[in-house]
Design a binder for this molecule. Structure first.
Ligand code: ZN
Length: 301
């Protein structure tokens, strides 16, 4: 049912390999690919192709960088026009209830070089709006500008333990490939001297066949219900790989990438499919990769 979407995500793995001269490096150990935050890896060296998909005893490896051992504190930037849209309450409820859940507990299987684990804790910490300050087609740089403007104007605090989500309305696109290369991504950048983690998540009502699992939703808003899964994906990747140098596999796939568009067992809720309850709401949220017992996709741990 969602073959085209899976193809879209997997295709990017292949085309992003930056091949150097193949014959010169056949005897070298295959390097890990590094995550771009957009759901596919970019090779920094030639890959021999002998690498097992995964790497590490649990199919994902630690590369020495930070994980978020405090927070994450979630901030929303509602970009474009969200007036009267139930997405605001649906997705604020998500951020307020995902922390402490059996689902987010999967991230506690990830840790840093001092064996400090990611806690099962998320703090929804505030929001602001942005009425098209960068227009309706956002470059990657413009998305960072949206985040920087919110912080530098004082509309949101500057928080190194924060994850700032730029949530765009359906009339807005991201020019580096929303709906064709990705449905969301996360990265980090220095804003006023602080390493700030941020994420883009577009409204998948713009491209249901690419970025929505279903054209209905358990909360009656297909776009927002679709965004819930993408926000969860980016949040758990940011918690375990905030600077794109901590947890990912040999293909450059971070934890949520390894389980993208898989949902486990589902049930009916308000005429749509759901697979978990967070707070008082049902959601359909993709599974995440458990870094234990050999590694596997699950919706709780
Ligand atoms: Zn991802």
């Amino acid at each position: 049912m969602n073959v085209s979407r899976q193809k879209m995500l997997l295709l990017a793995v292949a085309v992003s390999l930056l091949m150097s001269t193949a014959s010169a490096q056949v005897s070298r150990t295959a390097p890990d690919l590094v995550p771009t935050g957009k759901g596919w890896g970019e090779a920094v060296e030639h890959s021999t192709g002998k690498a097992k998909p995964g790497g590490g005893a649990n199919g994902i490896s630690y590369h020495g960088g930070s994980v978020m051992t405090s927070g994450p504190n979630v901030y929303y930037i509602w970009y474009g026009n969200w007036a009267g849209n139930t997405a605001v309450t649906i997705l604020t409820d998500l951020a307020q209830n995902i922390g402490g859940s059996p689902y987010f507990n999967i991230n506690t299987s990830y840790y840093n070089g001092s064996s400090v684990h990611v806690p099962n804790h998320v703090a929804y910490s505030g929001s602001t709006t942005d009425s098209y300050s960068q227009g309706t087609s956002l470059s990657d740089a413009a998305i960072q500008t949206v985040v920087a403007s919110a912080i530098n104007s004082g509309r949101l605090p500057k928080d190194g333990n924060g994850v700032y989500f730029v949530l765009t309305s359906a009339d807005v696109t991201a020019s580096s490939g929303f709906c064709t290369q990705y449905c969301g991504w996360h990265t980090h950048g220095t804003i006023s001297g602080t390493d700030i983690k941020y994420s883009f998540v577009g409204n998948p009502d713009r491209c249901p066949s690419a970025c929505e699992q279903q054209t209905t939703g358990p909360n009656g808003n297909a776009g927002a219900d679709g965004m819930a899964s993408i926000i969860a994906h980016e949040l758990e990747e940011t918690a375990t790989d905030p600077d794109l140098n901590a947890w990912y596999d040999q293909r450059g796939a971070e934890n949520a990438d390894k389980c993208a568009w898989t949902f486990g067992s589902t049930y009916q809720s308000s005429g749509a499919l759901a697979n978990m309850k967070l707070g008082t709401r049902d959601y359909l949220i993709q599974q995440n990769w458990v870094n234990a017992s050999g590694g596997f996709c699950a919706k709780s741990w």
